[in-house]
Design a binder for this molecule. Sequence first.
Ligand SMILES: [Zn+2]
Length: 366
Amino acid sequence: MPPLTKMEEKIKEILKTVKYPGYTRDILSFGMVKKIEFRDGKAIINLYINTRNKETADSVVKEVREKVLSLDGVDEVEVNVETLASKEPPSPKTQAQAKSSPFADQKKIEGVKCVIAVASGKGGVGKTTVAVNLALALAKKGYKVGIMDADAYGPNVPTMLGIEGAVPQVIENNKIMPVDVGGIKVISIGFFVEKDQPIIWRGPLVSKLIEQFLRDVVWAPLDILIVDLPPGTGDIQLSLVQKVPVDGGIVVTTPQELALQDARKGTKMFIEVGVPVIGIIENMSYLICPHCGKRIDLFPHAGAKEAAKAMNTKYLGEIPFEPKAAEGSDAGRPVVLYYPESEQAKAFMNLAETIIKEAKCIETLQ
Ligand SMILES: [Zn+2]
């Protein structure tokens, strides 16, 4: 933006109070304000809003209009808005326009072919267990795999892989070497914070850390980078998609009705930020009896399947709960590596197979 006049500065200040719906950050810090102009009592504001959701865009525009109009000296407000939806279908012209969008900072990670994010609407559904075992299963299938633990609120990837307390090596030019374990490369917020230290990650700080994980970690050469996102929707998710093209998103849920509502939330989050949803996986679908190995259904209906259908996305299958395997997982022995004959490990291998088929970025690797 060119230097602002005094009035334009005032407008900019008030735009800092407009939060992007569902996030703690404002539209200015997200780079959604493209132009501020003030002439003869009229304010002109150009926005790029990173969403396909018309309601989200409308509510931002409404708030911008109201707040700017409340300023002394502003008689008229013109808000020009471009959204993700208005850019589709892509044509050479819209690609040129995209250069000024919040995606302008999007850069592929050097030497990484495919980025897949694992999310959940809420905590406690075993999202990290799925992310870790999926990464290991894909590695077993012969792919070069990395996992980036971006869960600032509960970075559990190191615990599950038995590498708590590992210290990633910093090499020349401040590049960070990921930790090698079980055939995959690992980096985690957990390596950089004290355990039990209260983590208050404010937007800009998280954003910076994500940036470092993407740009300063020596990932290459990698076929697939799995990103374990924090549960819910928030700044980390948006920071990630603004910095790097995410090729696909997976949503983890459990069969309970409440969890399914959260799965819808997770799916919506991916859709809104323009990440193609690969599908929904149902974790802890049923119990493997520790005595006879038979299947025990804990919840009556196949809800994840229905949720996937309702969200017009793919149902990626079910992962059972197996007590023996769960114990191992908490003790840093992931099932795919340590109990490959278990039903749970087999389910993860099947999931990997499905992901290979469904994720377009992996398809092109072969
Ligand atoms: Zn039994």
